[in-house]
Design a protein around this ligand. Structure first.
Ligand SMILES: Nc1ncnc2c1ncn2[C@@H]1O[C@H](COP(=O)(O)OP(=O)(O)OP(=O)(O)O)[C@@H](O)[C@H]1O
Ligand SMILES: [Mg+2]
Length: 267
């Protein structure tokens, strides 16, 4: 199962969700590959620290897949183990930035590099792709490669224009990837004590109905503290509300995917 997390809104919890979700899936026995498709490299830094990630040469990062001048004999060579058992990572850093171009549909074969990369990297149960806060080539290549898209949304983003653009990109990507499905919107960073957050959640559920996940990720310091300790919250503090929400999310994702597969088989 290949799941891309996209939203052109920054800071909505894409990288944080990938980081902590990987821990929850791995603890449940799944082999997880994380793909950092963001030139900011936040997900990579979560595991390896900023100095190490900034120091990675292009050949050790996702950039090499997009660069016609650099041929890698084995694309899997950029995949590294992490400190978390069953979690591997294909890292990114600033070397990816020049390849994250607008108008991705004009990018020729580069649109397919993540799909080809993942086809050449078997042996994982779950792949999570973390995308930058735009719909340029890196996000586009991610949804061309993915089976499902998850759209993290903080409950304060009242411009639905941004979400419409995300849905349009998914629609367009189906021309290259007909099997692409929307897993749904994931409400992140929620504080249900706030009226504004509760009313946003209600509005989003009215608007998108079953395309909003039941699980809501709360705003919780445990996510930040665990990240600072380079450990997904499931392994850092599994009894916290943050870890419970992340486990529930992992279970809901697998249940939704199983339900979609069942419906497809019946059809
Ligand atoms: N549920 C949460 N509770 C508390 N802090 C959170 C939560 N989700 C994310 N954060 C924190 O908010 C900041 C932004 O989150 P994150 O980096 O995951 O967003 P992003 O969508 O990946 O941003 P970008 O678009 O820049 O890539 C980080 O410091 C992260 O630790
Ligand atoms: Mg991010």
């Amino acid at each position: 199962m290949i799941l891309a997390l996209i939203n052109q809104k920054g800071g909505c919890g894409k990288s944080s969700t990938c980081f902590h979700l990987a821990g929850a899936f791995a603890a449940a026995g799944h082999r997880v590959l994380l793909v950092d498709a963001d030139p900011q490299g936040s997900l990579s830094q979560g595991f390896f620290g900023s100095a190490e990630v900034e120091g990675l040469v292009a050949e050790m990062t996702l950039a090499v897949l997009f660069d016609d001048d650099r041929l890698v004999s084995s694309p899997q060579s950029i995949i590294q183990p992490t400190s978390v058992e069953n979690v591997s990572l294909a890292p990114a850093n600033q070397h990816l930035a020049p390849f994250n171009t607008p108008s991705p549909e004009a990018a020729g074969m580069r649109q397919y590099v993540l799909r080809e990369f993942l086809e050449s990297a078997p042996g994982y149960d779950i792949v999570l792709i973390d995308c930058p806060p735009n719909l340029y080539l890196c996000s586009w290549a991610a949804i061309v490669a993915a089976d499902y898209v998850l759209i993290p949304v903080p409950p304060e983003d009242f411009g639905t224009q941004g979400l419409r653009a995300v849905h349009q990109a998914i629609e367009n990507a189906r021309a290259l990837n007909p099997g692409l499905r929307r897993l749904g919107h994931l409400i992140t960073r929620s504080d249900r004590r706030l009226v504004i957050h509760r009313s946003y959640e209600q509005r989003l559920r009215e608007l998108y109905r079953e395309l909003v996940l039941d699980t809501v990720i709360p705003e919780a310091s445990a996510f930040k503290v665990a990240l600072a300790c380079r450990t997904p919250v499931e392994l850092y503090a599994r009894d916290t509300a943050a870890a419970v929400a992340t486990r529930t999310l992992a279970e809901e994702i697998l249940a939704r995917v199983a339900e979609r597969n069942r419906k497809r088989q019946v059809a």
